[in-house]
Each structure stands twice: as structure tokens, then as C-alpha cells.
Design a protein around this ligand. Structure first.
Ligand SMILES: Cc1cc2nc3c(=O)[nH]c(=O)nc-3n(C[C@H](O)[C@H](O)[C@H](O)COP(=O)(O)O)c2cc1C
Length: 198
């Protein structure tokens, strides 16, 4: 089977989002996918790579309830080729990291989803239900109850990056696995279509 090519473009002011991006990349590599980690500040050196990937995952901290300025700069740099729709029909997904339980993370994911839509990409949502025990939500998988993408709560330090909550780590792995599954299914469908045509 052909290798899945995935890029993770992230911005990180203080390292937490970078850490999440690295953990997602590890999960992909364990499944033998080709992974490209791209710091959004260095995206100008990576356009060629991004254009050839099947999936681009966007990672961004939530700053003041929306995407960071660094990530917004990256978004605007894509305006140089947006009109050519070079990312049309690629898969897109997103994750955000912020230090409070809510912290308006939803708005960051929504902003990135609109960005992906303007590039005519296919959005992969989180697809991981929160778990309930005796009618109370557990702090396990999808404990932050997100549907549009992956949310992670960080500590609030700017000097070090501590371990993420175990529930968020589990959700991160399930998010990565879902992206792999969507890609695998797509490859299988493509080869079935080719067989039907031939
Ligand atoms: C300028 C600024 C604005 C922030 N705004 C929010 C916010 O709106 N909601 C929130 O929960 N955390 C907020 N935080 C906390 C960060 O989201 C959190 O520290 C995050 O882990 C930073 O990710 P990074 O280390 O990848 O930069 C803010 C931090 C900064 C520096």
C-alpha cells in the first residue's frame, strides 16, 4: 500500500503546541506514515512539501480566544497560491492548546476550519465521543468535549512544558488514529475505483 503523506503545520510561542505536534507525529510514524513537521514560522521553506501531502494538520495555541498572530501570518501567506486552489481536496484537521478548560478554544478551531474551507479541503473532525459514567462526564477521552477538532489543556507556564492531562493524551492518540483511518479508507476507495475503471 502507498505511504500516507501527512504534514503538521504548527505555531507555538512557548512550546506546548509544538509538543502536541510532536506527539501526533510520533503516532503517525509508528503507523509508517510519512510525516513532515513544519513550524509555521518556517513555512516559506516548506510549501513544496505541503503541496504534495495528502493531509495537512494545523496546530495552533489559543491566544485571546483565537489563533495566534504567528499562525495568522502563516494563513495569510497561503494567499499567494489560494487562487490556484493547490490544496483542493486534501484532508485537513486541527488541534489547539490553551491553558484553561474552555478558554474559547472553539473559536480557534472554527477559524482554522473556515481557512481550510477557503482552500476547498475536506475537514476531518475529532470523531471521539466524550465518555459518561453514571450520567457524569469522565475526565478520560475527549474530556474537553470537542467535536470540530482536538483540544488540549496545557499548564500556564511560559518557561517549561509539562505533561499533558492523560485524558488529553488519549484523545490526541485517538485523533491521530482517526486521521490515519480516513486516509487508509481513501486509499482503498481510490484503488477500488481504479479497478472498476480498468
Ligand atoms: C497572549 C496570550 C493569550 C492567551 N490567551 C488565552 C486564551 O484566550 N485562552 C486560554 O485558555 N489560554 C490563553 N493563553 C494561554 C495559552 O493558550 C497557553 O499557555 C498555551 O499552552 C500556549 O501554547 P504555546 O506554548 O504553544 O504557545 C494565552 C497565552 C498568551 C501568551
Amino acid at each position: 500500500m502507498q505511504k500516507i503523506k501527512i504534514a503538521i503545520v504548527f505555531h507555538s510561542g512557548y512550546g506546548h503546541t509544538r509538543k502536541a505536534a510532536e506527539l501526533i507525529a510520533e503516532r503517525f510514524r509508528a503507523a509508517d506514515a510519512e510525516v513532515h513537521l513544519v513550524d509555521s514560522d518556517a513555512a516559506d521553506k516548506a510549501w513544496g512539501t505541503l503541496h504534495t501531502c495528502d493531509t495537512i494538520i494545523f496546530g495552533c495555541p489559543t491566544y485571546f480566544g483565537t489563533v495566534s498572530a504567528g499562525f495568522k501570518t502563516f494563513m495569510e501567506r497561503t494567499g499567494g497560491f489560494w487562487y490556484r486552489q493547490l490544496w483542493k481536496d486534501k484532508f485537513a484537521a486541527a488541534f489547539t492548546v490553551s491553558s484553561t478548560l474552555g478558554g474559547d478554544k472553539q473559536n480557534t478551531l472554527q477559524t482554522i476550519a473556515v481557512f481550510a474551507a477557503q482552500h476547498s479541503m475536506h475537514w476531518i473532525n475529532l470523531g471521539v465521543l466524550p465518555r459518561f459514567c453514571a450520567d457524569e462526564q469522565t475526565d478520560g477521552q475527549n474530556r474537553l468535549a470537542s467535536y470540530q477538532g482536538l483540544m488540549i489543556q496545557s499548564d500556564n507556564t511560559q518557561t517549561e512544558v509539562r505533561e499533558f492531562h492523560p485524558g488529553d493524551l488519549l484523545t490526541l492518540e485517538l485523533f491521530a488514529d482517526r486521521i490515519l483511518q480516513v486516509n487508509f479508507k481513501n486509499i482503498i476507495k481510490q484503488s477500488e475505483n481504479e479497478q472498476t475503471i480498468n
